[in-house]
Design a protein around this ligand. Structure first.
Ligand SMILES: [Zn+2]
Length: 82
């Protein structure tokens, strides 16, 4: 099973690497640009001992990790009563 990526608010991240689910959680503010996302991802992967190329981010099986779709910014819905 390959590594997957998800985003979460920084304060909710205890451990970026969920071993049981093969899931890396990155701070949501890194989702703004692919460059920051990859940089964060590579940092986590390297700390796990997974060698990285110069570009992109690689799973331990050698496959390029597909980044999850950018976080959709939720429309600010205001419900007025009365
Ligand atoms: Zn893989």
């Amino acid at each position: 099973m390959c590594i997957r990526v998800q985003y979460a608010p920084r304060h909710e991240i205890v451990d970026p690497w969920d071993r049981d689910r093969n899931l890396i959680t990155l701070p949501v503010d890194l989702a703004a640009t692919a460059l920051f996302t990859l940089r964060g991802l590579r940092t986590v992967l390297l700390s796990m001992g997974v060698e990285q190329d110069h570009f992109g981010a690689r799973c331990w099986c050698g496959e390029e990790i597909a980044l999850a779709a950018q976080v959709n910014q939720r429309e600010n819905e205001v419900t007025r009563v009365g």
